[in-house]
Design a protein around this ligand. Structure first.
Ligand code: SF4
Length: 462
């Protein structure tokens, strides 16, 4: 699945131990199923005594071509797909990051954003330390080495956990460490990003989403709780707590937008959640509204549009086909390029749209660029009216936990009424799911919803 909305998330991680076979192909398969979490680059570190890395820019199949994987072999390994929110897309930032310390290799992959990284980097630089990349992941690795100051084969889960707790307590992270003959995985104490563990016939694996285990013979599946991690060795595995989790804060966008519909994260099936949100959206904002056709903005709008159609009895159709054969452009640095990107990514089906009153369902509205282009395409194809609906409330704030939401001023909903937003994106009307309705699906205080709130009511901030 690819997402072509305007929020980008930064990464997917996969790793583990596979005693009978070379793990590299298993990691590649896992990363392919996590491709929706990052399309800039992909990498694998694997081996036994020594760790070898293959990493490149591009989609998994290109970055990790089978001819390249022939050169790496081992039973332990970790892998990564990346979208950069912190650090740019230069080659040095591609993960896994590997260092050799006291003659032993350590590799790290990371999903999330650690706010303290900037300060720690500055401290290191003041004492003359150099960094090879601009990513916060290298800061984490360097901090671990400085704190533990001993051979990586002697690092204990408890020591690594203590170092993460003491130095990155405000961060959002899922970290996989590949040490000599061991994998360690850690999920931060707020639990912003998901982390799953699977005991399989083939070995033990850990990944951002359980969809990555599809195809393996899974015997037991466990969601790693916030402040917990797992240590995998040749002798077995152990799930352990490494910090106190006082304020769980799971990102609602993992359910609404980032994760694969096939995944089950934060104890919920993603597709089921999206269908439910679509139903609630209709029942809340459009009870007396009628139209000719419901069209999703693919891919994450799909489940929501099905739910909306089921609740409203308005026929559902794919009015926009996503062009899956196009190479994804990695960075869209300006408006003109973003516009072109949308036009290349979506192909309208005129027969579905012409002379129709269309309800267009999307997961969210961020800058409004995608919506404006899509609405313009639909109108060019003869749509009589286009009514935009979002299953997220208005996004009016940025994110400090690893999601690339632009500045407030760039957000289409910031300080604007529904009518003003409709005018800006060229829709006949725009409606959003109210926050209190979203909170009926994401109940309790374990969910982060900060980007739907202004600074004055940041009560959800940990
Ligand atoms: S601020 Fe929004 S995008 Fe960021 S973690 Fe919270 S819910 Fe997710």
């Amino acid at each position: 699945m690819f997402n072509f909305s305007e929020i980008n998330e930064e990464c997917g991680v996969f790793g583990g131990w596979c005693p009978q076979k070379n793990i590299a192909q298993y990691i590649k398969c896992g990363l392919l199923k996590l491709q929706h979490r990052g399309q800039e680059s992909a990498g694998i570190s694997c081996g036994n005594e020594f760790q070898k890395i293959v990493k490149n820019k591009g989609l998994v199949n290109l970055a990790l071509e089978n001819s390249l994987l022939k050169n790496i072999e081992g039973n332990f390994g970790i892998g990564h797909v990346r979208y950069s929110t912190f650090g740019d897309d230069r080659k040095e930032n591609i993960q896994p990051l590997k260092v050799t310390y006291t003659g032993e290799d350590v590799s790290l992959v990371h999903n999330g954003n650690v706010a303290q990284a900037k300060k720690i980097r500055e401290k290191f630089e003041r004492i003359g330390e150099v960094f090879l990349s601009s990513s916060d992941s290298e800061v984490i690795l360097k901090r671990l080495i400085f704190s533990l100051k001993k051979k990586p084969s002697l690092w204990t889960f408890e020591e690594v956990g203590k170092c993460l707790k003491e130095n990155f307590s405000d961060g959002a992270y899922c970290i996989l460490l590949y040490l000599p003959n061991r994998i360690m995985a850690f999920r931060d104490n707020f639990g912003y990003r998901p982390l799953m563990f699977a005991k399989c016939e083939e070995g033990y694996f850990v990944a951002s989403e359980d969809v990555a285990f599809y195809g393996l013979n899974v015997e037991e599946l466990t969601e790693i709780k916030p402040a917990y991690g797992v240590e995998i060795t040749k002798e077995g595995y152990e799930i352990k707590q490494f910090a106190q989790s006082k304020n769980v804060c799971q990102c609602v966008f993992e359910q609404i937008y980032f994760a694969s519909p096939a995944s089950n994260i934060f104890s919920k099936n993603v597709y089921g959640t999206r269908v439910k949100l679509g139903k609630i959206l209709f029942e809340t904002v459009d009870k007396d509204f009628s139209a000719d056709v419901v069209i999703p903005v693919m891919d994450s709008g799909l489940g929501c549009a099905i739910g909306y159609s089921q609740a409203s009895n308005i026929p559902f159709h794919l009015g926009l086909i996503r062009n899956s054969w196009m190479e994804r452009s990695f960075i869209q640095p300006n408006q003109e390029k973003r516009t072109l990107n949308v036009r290349q990514k979506f192909i309208p089906i005129k027969q579905v749209i012409e002379n129709k009153k269309v309800v267009l369902i999307d997961d969210s509205l961020v800058r409004g660029t995608t919506s404006r282009e899509i609405i313009s395409m639909l109108k060019c194809c003869g749509a009589k009216e286009v009514h935009m609906r979002s299953v997220s409330p208005k996004i009016i704030n940025t994110c400090s936990w690893g999601v690339d939401i632009p500045t407030r001023e760039e957000l289409v909903s910031y300080k604007k009424t529904d009518k003003e937003i409709a005018q800006q994106i060229g829709a006949d009307s725009v409606k959003f799911l109210p926050l209190e309705k979203l909170s009926e699906v994401f109940r309790g205080d374990v969910w982060c919803k900060k980007c739907f709130k202004g600074v004055e009511d940041e009560v959800f901030l940990p």
